[in-house]
Write a protein that binds this ligand. Structure first.
Ligand code: C2E
Ligand code: MG
Ligand code: MG
Length: 768
């Protein structure tokens, strides 16, 4: 149906070509046939016209011959002696018989004598006076033959003088040119025509104008050819005219079969041309239609090619089309490879991994396990920071190829940065998964080497196993990530399986993160202050600012519960800024000799804006830089040592003091003390806790204080809760303390009272 509609709308190229082709040929044919038919007609008309002319001449000739024949016989009789004698004698019987004999001989109805006295002898027909006068006039003028009316009818007349010896009269022979006579003559003509002798005045006007020529007139739809010619007249005032009439239409009928044959030939030719045109159009458009269909299939995502049958333009087009399809397929392959692979290592990317995991999960049998491994290189950042990104990239490439060598048959993907994933499927026990995790960890035991750099690297691995830890790829990947987080936090270079409570913890972390953002907006933070006390001088040197979070439902939240998350999420930068400004602002209200110590997180330390935040806080509060002490931790000195030291020096140049917090934990190294001239070393609470029981701790404290004193640094012991600890610390060279023994951290409002109370307490203690 649609095809028919398209056909009628000329939407199809083949229909258009065939129609155009056929129309052109039909026009040409039509024109040719019309020209041929016109030619035939012209030829036929010419023929007929020529025949008419010939007939007209023949008519005249016949009339002339007849006239001559009559003249000869008439002359003979008029000259005959006996006849003349009979005329002279008025011998009527003889004359009558002579006239009858002449009539019979010439086969004419009229042979008579016109006598000079105006009478006639032997004239059987009645002649009008005017007619007779007219003949006499002609004879007087010397005419001897011609046409003349007798009894209202034209007659061919021949006259011979009868002289006996003087002119007695005229012997006249007349033959009527009536209908019967003319028909007889017409029948002699090879064409069917009617001949008439008429008076010129009674000819229709177009014929008068054309005397001597041929003219075509239309009579009742019939084409009639007329030829008009004048005949010699014997009578005066008479113009006998020969009118030949011939039906051209009738004559042309003879040519009709030729026209029919021509028309039939034209129609047959046209039919052949239409079918040839259709076949030709189809021949041209069929490959185009095939190309169009193939193009549509390709745009619908199918892969198809067109058969090449010819070497012409269309064949070449089909070949180019096929080349284009190949190029598209190749490019699609490249694009999908790029879209699904990591450019650096060539490993599949996260999307590819996820898709494969989906497939593996669908395919997995009832007792089959599917494990998702999430790997994150430990300390990769320091490789990048210290050795540069090209070396970092080199390490990533080596890690990926080492893993590929180890885990042949398992899908390995790079998820981004230093994160990789492994897909382990087709296993039926957790033991098998553990073995793979262990072999992975073991494979990192050998150091990596790139561009002359040796890089000891480990990886943390988080593992989630389907169906136990989830049956959907998103959940498994999220759980493997949570397990990885745990593995990282429990010490690096380890693997950890996912446990349900990790999910709960993660949920809590997410909640806390949202709450933290709100806390910043709503100003839910508050600073508490814990005194830093010099036991020798018995005075408060300063206060350490310790942040508290007044949570609307959880109450006062310890920094230990939210600082790590704030550091992970980067929120620490905003929180830290607030702490600096608030602490400076509040400390500015304290007595001149009392400093304020602020904890600076490593994350915050590494931000570019720290220095300007400090300058701003100091300027706005009016606090002298010497009264501001920044507490940093050892972890800062592990990575980017040179950069850290430079930053510390510029802080020092500002005039602020720098203290090393929690000394003795983590990466404790006395060499750090050499790297930067800290103003203060804060000995970690763990040593103070053990000072009474563990001789080692006391020795360490002594060593630290000794070294610090040698380097011109102060020391302070954290977490002092007991009087005995104070004694021991003093004994081991530490005379600055901080701890619950003196005071817990207090809100700002209690600071003044605390200063007063502590001075008193210390005095008391000293007295005691
Ligand atoms: P820190 O800098 O080592 O602070 C000393 C911590 O020891 C404080 O805990 C303090 O309350 C606690 N402490 C002091 N004396 C004693 C004692 O005699 N016995 C015991 N058991 N504990 C004592 P807090 O306030 O919970 O702070 C914990 C940690 O949170 C701080 O350790 C510090 O690292 C971090 N922190 C606190 N406030 C801030 C802050 O504003 N910014 C940053 N970045 N970190 C902060
Ligand atoms: Mg501190
Ligand atoms: Mg500390």
């Amino acid at each position: 149906m649609q095809k028919i509609r398209r056909f009628l709308r000329f939407d199809s190229l083949s229909v258009r070509i065939a129609a155009l082709y056929s129309a052109l040929f039909a026009l040409t044919f039509g024109a040719l046939v019309a020209v041929a038919m016109g030619g035939i007609e012209r030829y036929a008309s010419g023929q007929i016209s020529d025949e008419m002319t010939a007939n007209s001449n023949a008519f005249k000739k016949i009339l002339e011959l007849e006239s001559k024949r009559m003249a000869t016989a008439t002359d003979i009789l008029a000259a005959d002696f006996g006849f003349r004698e009979a005329v002279a004698l008025g011998d009527e019987p003889t004359l009558a018989s002579a006239l009858v004999s002449l009539r019979n001989r010439l086969d004419v109805p009229n042979a008579f004598i016109m006598t000079l006295d105006g009478g006639t002898i032997g004239l059987e027909q009645k002649i009008q006076d005017a007619e007779s006068d007219s003949i006499w006039n002609a004879l007087d003028e010397g005419a001897r033959n011609g046409l003349v009316k007798i009894g209202g009818e034209y007659h061919g007349i021949v006259a011979a003088p009868i002289e006996a010896p003087d002119l007695f009269g005229w012997l006249v022979v007349g033959k009527p040119l009536n209908k019967a006579e003319m028909q007889g003559l017409s029948e002699l003509a090879p064409i069917s025509l009617t001949a008439k002798v008429i008076d010129e005045p009674i000819l229709p006007s177009p014929l008068v104008a054309k005397t001597g020529e041929q003219i075509e007139l239309l009579e009742n739809g019939e084409r009639i050819l007329y030829r008009v010619s004048t005949l010699p007249s014997l009578g005066t005032n008479q113009k006998p005219t020969l009118l030949l009439r011939h039906s051209l239409s009738e004559a042309l009928l003879a040519y009709r079969p030729i026209s029919w044959i021509l028309s039939i030939l034209a129609l047959v030719g046209l039919g052949i041309i239409i079918s040839a045109g259709w076949a030709l159009a189809k021949g041209i458009t069929r490959p185009i239609a095939r190309l169009e269909q193939a193009a549509r299939q390709i745009s619908a995502g199918e892969r198809t090619k067109v058969r090449v049958n010819s070497k012409d333009e269309i064949g070449r087009l089909a070949e180019s089309f096929n080349d284009m399809v190949d190029a598209i397929v190749e490019r699609e392959g490249e694009i999908s490879h790029i879209a699904l692979h990591d450019a650096l290592t060539g490993l599949p990317n996260r999307k590819y991994y996820r898709d494969q995991l989906d497939i593996a999960l669908k395919r997995a049998g009832e007792d089959e396990l599917v494990a998702v491994f999430y790997l994150d290189l430990d300390n990769f950042k320091s490789v990048n920071d210290t050795l540069g990104h090209p070396v970092g990239d080199g390490l990533l490439k080596q890690v990926s190829s080492r893993m590929e060598g180890l885990l042949d048959g398992h899908l390995i993907a790079r998820l981004g940065g230093d994160e990789f994933a492994v897909l382990v499927d087709g296993v039926d026990s957790v033991d098998a998964i553990t073995k793979i995790a262990e072999s992975l960890e073991k494979s990192f035991a050998d150091r990596f080497e790139f561009d002359g750099h040796i890089m000891p690297t480990t990886t943390s691995i988080g593992i989630a196993v389907a169906p136990h830890d989830g049956t959907e790829s998103d959940i498994l990947m999220k759980n493997a990530d949570l397990a990885l987080y745990r593995a990282k936090h429990e010490g690096k270079g380890q693997y950890h399986y996912f446990e349900q409570e990790m999910d709960e913890l993660a949920r809590k972390r997410r909640e806390t993160e949202i709450d933290l953002k709100l806390a910043i907006e709503h100003g839910q933070f508050e600073l508490y202050y814990q005194p830093l006390f010099n036991t020798e001088e018995q005075k408060i040197n300063g206060f350490e600012a310790l942040i508290r979070w007044n949570h609307p439902t959880r109450g006062l939240v310890s920094p230990l519960d939210f600082i790590p998350l704030a550091e992970e999420t980067g929120l620490i930068v905003q929180i830290g800024e607030w702490v600096i400004k608030e602490a400076c602002h509040q400390a500015a209200t304290w007595p001149e000799q009392i400093r304020v110590a602020i904890n600076i997180s490593p994350v915050q330390f590494r931000t570019k804006g720290l220095q300007s935040v400090l300058i701003q806080a100091l300027t706005q509060s009016g606090l002298s830089p010497q009264r501001l002490e920044l507490e940093i931790t050892e972890s800062l000195l592990i990575d980017n040592v040179a950069e850290t030291l430079q930053a510390l020096h510029s802080l020092r140049e500002m005039g602020v003091r720098v203290a090393l917090d929690d000394f003795g934990t983590g990466y404790s190294s006395l060499s750090y003390l050499r790297s930067f001239p800290f103003d203060k070393i804060k000995i970690d609470r763990s040593f103070v806790d053990d000072i009474m029981s563990d001789k080692g701790s006391a020795a360490i404290i002594q060593a630290i204080t000794g070294l610090a004193a040698a380097l011109g640094m102060e020391t302070i012991a954290e977490g002092v809760e007991l009087e005995e600890q104070v004694e021991m610390l003093l004994k081991n060279g530490c005379n600055n303390i901080q701890g619950f023994l003196l005071s817990r951290p207090v809100p700002m409002a209690e600071v003044d009272a605390l200063i007063t109370a502590l001075s008193g307490k210390c005095r008391n203690r000293k007295v005691a």
